[in-house]
Ligand binder design. Structure first.
Ligand SMILES: Nc1ncnc2c1ncn2[C@@H]1O[C@H](COP(=O)(O)OP(=O)(O)O)[C@@H](O)[C@H]1O
Ligand SMILES: [Mg+2]
Length: 394
């Protein structure tokens, strides 16, 4: 083979120059922090945005192992994660993306959204990570602020707990009335079931009263429902991934500094659900906050939100089961018995309303919510949602 041709095709100076220039311009302009690593985790490329985000110069970062950009436990485990992926092909981040935490040069940590893609280079695989700072990204902040404003109707939902007990009291009146009208009518029917001629009208009146009271009870229940759902149904086709990512960012952002190893693992075959977005995000928010609070003194803090398609028998699109799993202490038996009832809390400052609100919302959507032990040795809350029928667009 002609050595001249060989070298010319592989490394023509003009080609190297233009490749290099292209690479430099990409690194300088890509808006997200971009980090390219090899199979060993060594940083090959480090974009300008990454320099600003992490506080390293590109010249310092290149050649270092990427785990330096992570807090523990990921830092110690990253080599293992990569080996595991190479050996099994089982991805936890690659092609999926997740919200996790990163570590700046000065040791401070911050929440990020990480997306990792994979490419095959001449000398093995390359992994490209795109990183968004969830605390600094102004767009995300605005989005969070918007969400926060929308979620202010939570306080309204929270008031539901106290309203519920007032309504329970109110419901007692028609129920007592129904019972005494029915009892009266039964007495008027007499021993042999044939009322005296003059009593027939009274029986009829008593039954009319009883049915009127039953309607009133129904109205009271409906009022409670309307109050919770803001009086109008706002269901629309939403993407589960968006609901989860936003609710998680919100729940984790306000939860204070932590070392949570967090992952979102959504079933790629289901994404669209027909829901009231704010309400379902409220459910996710409550469950994630509870999980974070439960893990406060756990040595290993693992949190995962995942979904699973539950196909239905025939025709219909079926259900999706959404799970929030933690590595906390699990449910105390006394708590488990009254889990979804309002005003049950084991926390000094707890209201004990979160889970009862979750149940009201999930059931109003035709779903079910329950708790089990989680794969991480803590608690897993599951709830189901109906999958939206095939989308019209996009
Ligand atoms: N992930 C969890 N792990 C352990 N216990 C939990 C978890 N989620 C909820 N609980 C228990 O259920 C109780 C009720 O939760 P909730 O209704 O959200 O009210 P609150 O959070 O105000 O206490 C909590 O106080 C806690 O004891
Ligand atoms: Mg709670």
């Amino acid at each position: 083979m002609c050595p001249f041709l060989d070298t010319a095709s592989a490394s023509h100076p003009a080609l190297i120059d233009s490749n290099h220039a292209l690479q430099q311009s990409i690194l300088a302009t890509v808006p997200d922090a971009m980090v390219v690593i090899d199979e060993a985790g060594t940083i090959l490329l480090f974009s300008d945005a990454a320099c600003r985000m992490f506080g390293y110069d590109a010249s310092e970062a290149v050649g270092q192992n990427v785990r330096g950009l992570m807090p523990n436990p990921d830092r110690d485990r990253h080599d293992h994660y990569m080996r595991h992926y190479m050996e099994t092909g089982e991805a936890h981040v690659i092609g999926i993306g997740r919200i996790t935490t990163a570590r700046r040069r000065d040791g401070s940590t911050f929440p990020i959204e990480l997306a990792v893609g994979e490419a095959r280079g001449d000398s093995g695989r390359l992994f490209t990570g795109f990183i968004r700072d969830l605390t600094e990204m102004r767009r995300a902040e605005r989005r969070l602020a918007d969400l926060q404003a929308e979620l202010s109707h939570i306080s309204r939902v929270s008031a539901m707990g106290s309203l519920a007990s007032a309504l329970a009291h109110e419901l007692n009146q028609p129920l007592t009335a129904i019972s005494s009208y029915a009892e009266g009518a039964r007495a008027l029917l007499g021993e042999d079931g044939t009322p005296a001629a003059g009593d027939i009208d009274m029986v009829r009146d008593a039954l009319a009263e009883a049915s009127g009271q039953a309607l009133r009870a129904g109205q009271i229940v409906r009022r409670l429902r309307e109050f919770i759902s803001r009086g109008e149904s706002e269901r629309s086709v939403e993407r589960l991934r968006r609901l989860v990512t936003e609710a998680a960012a919100l729940a984790l952002t306000g939860a204070g500094p932590s070392n949570i190893d967090f992952e979102i693992r959504l079933d790629p075959t289901v994404d669209r659900v027909l829901v009231d977005r704010i309400q379902i995000q409220q459910v996710l928010f409550n469950l994630i906050r509870n999980a974070v609070e439960a893990m406060q003194s756990a040595s290993r803090q693992r949190l995962a939100v995942y979904s699973q398609h539950l196909p239905s028998a025939k025709g219909a699109a079926g259900l999706v089961k959404v799970t929030v799993a933690d590595s906390g202490p699990g449910l105390a038996p006394a708590v488990a018995a009254v889990l979804f009832q309002p005003f049950n809390t084991s926390k000094a400052k707890g209201m004990g309303l979160g889970l009862s609100i979750c149940r009201t919302i999930v059931e109003a959507h035709g779903g079910r919510i329950w708790a089990e032990a989680s794969e991480f040795g803590g608690t897993a809350f599951h709830f189901t949602l109906e999958i939206a029928e095939e989308p019209q667009d996009d």
